[in-house]
Design a protein around this ligand. Structure first.
Ligand code: NAG
Ligand code: NAG
Length: 419
């Protein structure tokens, strides 16, 4: 062993990660993979992301679950807590998935478990079926998943090179109703801050700090991370999470800035939601922004076009646009401004790439949609499109949301990580 201190930390991590019937070979591998520097043993998990905002419409992560571990493609969703898989329990209603449906073990989470209670608001009763925890999650787009909570293991690589087996409560979803923005995946990776969220579960096992973040690349792909040792905190711009609205990751109320100028479109309750590929504004703010944008286009050689049925506002030029560079003279950058303490403000900058996209036909389309129309009421949702090429960090311990411009093309390698 390299040093006593490392050993103590290691034992802490390993003893807290349950690895019941795992082969002794795996365990030996863990011991041999100790990092030579040993900066921080309980470190981070980094997962590559695949997919893009357009044309695919979603990003996904691969995680391994079960014994033996099988891969699943999951939608990383900071807007919800529960991780669930389409499940052969048997399945009543499942959608098409890239992998065979998850086959549950019989390690059911009992109804009395606090994790089960956290999925049920108020009316949580266990009289009928005390041995199992039924759940139903509903998403903003009207989609839902119904199932039962199961304990199973997930194989995770820590950035230190240590491989751990984490025991997680996950949903075995055997009845899914797809919403309009449904994605052909194996399930959802719940990154919300609730008790059932994967970050909270890994944190309670002593594996990581209660921090989650993502980096979506505008060229597709990116990475996701749990824990806090892959970024330099001094480079992060951050703002406190709202204390009034705590269900989602929200910095509270914000104002839209267009081309560097305040627009008066303010008191907008904002949520950061990686489960949404586009950004949604509530009706009034949406109309306000649309007015600003069309005002700016008046008299310019660009015309409204009907292009993509999911994107109601597109414009075409004399020749098809190929990249954002071609439309730079027509649009201005956006930003959202949040108050982050007594008289101090923080801006979340949204460059053209963060709210516009070039369609397959070469038009430029608004990637901001009318949230009121899809039932989001007064919420304003910052979706993947506006979070591209930024590291976005949700720190549930400091209760802050932070971001910094970043190259998201490749996950940082552990030996070059900053602490
Ligand atoms: C963990 O890392 C090893 C190699 O270091 C790799 O083969 C394996 O696929 C990784 N496992 C997961 C779950 O990412
Ligand atoms: C936004 O949606 C609401 C509700 O459907 C609708 O009343 C309003 O006209 C829409 N605004 C625009 C600009 O489409």
């Amino acid at each position: 062993m390299k040093s006593g201190v490392i050993l103590v930390f290691c034992l802490l991590c390993l003893s807290l990660s349950v690895s019941p019937s795992w082969g002794s070979d795996d365990r030996r591998q863990k011991w041999w993979k100790w990092p030579s520097t040993g900066k921080s043993i309980c470190s981070s998990v980094v997962l590559p992301l695949y997919g893009n905002v357009y044309p695919q419409g979603f990003y996904y992560a691969q995680i391994h679950i079960g014994h033996p571990p099988r891969p699943y493609f999951l939608d990383p969703d900071t807007g919800s807590d529960l991780t669930w898989l389409q499940c052969d329990a048997p399945c009543v209603r499942c959608t098409q998935a890239p992998h065979p449906y998850y086959k549950p073990n019989n390690d059911l989470v009992p109804c009395k478990d606090p994790l089960c209670a956290s999925l049920h608001s108020g009316d949580h009763r266990c009289d009928d079926e005390p041995d199992q925890c039924d759940y139903e999650v509903e998403y903003a787009d009207g989609g839902s998943s119904l199932g039962v909570l199961i304990n199973d293991v997930s194989l995770l690589n820590l950035t230190t090179g240590v491989r751990v087996v984490a025991r997680l409560a996950i949903g075995c979803g055997y009845d899914q109703i797809p919403g309009p923005s449904y994605q052909p995946l194996d399930g959802v990776l719940g990154l919300g801050k609730g008790k059932t969220g994967i970050v909270s579960q890994l944190h309670s096992q002593g594996l990581i700090r209660n921090v989650v973040g993502h980096c979506f690349s505008s060229r597709g792909g990116g990475f996701l991370f749990f824990g806090d040792d892959i970024y330099d905190p001094s480079r992060i711009i951050s703002t406190p999470m709202s204390r009034d609205y705590t269900k989602h990751y929200s910095p509270g109320y914000g104002e839209i800035i267009y081309g560097g100028k305040a627009t008066g479109l303010k008191n907008l309750l904002v949520i950061f939601d990686s489960g949404s590929s586009y950004t949604y504004l509530s009706s009034k703010a949406y109309e306000g922004l649309l007015n600003k944008v069309t005002e700016e286009l008046r008299g310019k050689p660009i015309q409204e076009a009907l292009d993509d049925e999911t994107l109601p506002f597109c414009w075409k030029g004399r020749r098809p646009f190929r990249s954002m560079r071609d439309v730079k003279m027509y649009f201005k950058p956006l930003a959202l401004s949040f108050s982050s303490g007594w008289r101090s403000k923080t801006q979340f900058e949204i460059p053209l790439e963060g709210y516009l996209l070039i369609s397959a036909k070469g038009s430029v389309c608004l990637g901001v949609l009318n949230g009121t129309e899809v039932g989001l009421q007064n919420f304003n949702v910052i979706g993947d499109i506006s979070m591209q090429d930024k590291m976005v960090i949700y720190d549930n311990e400091k209760q802050t949301i932070g971001w910094t411009p970043a190259n998201c093309d490749r996950p940082p390698r552990s030996d070059t990580m900053t602490i």
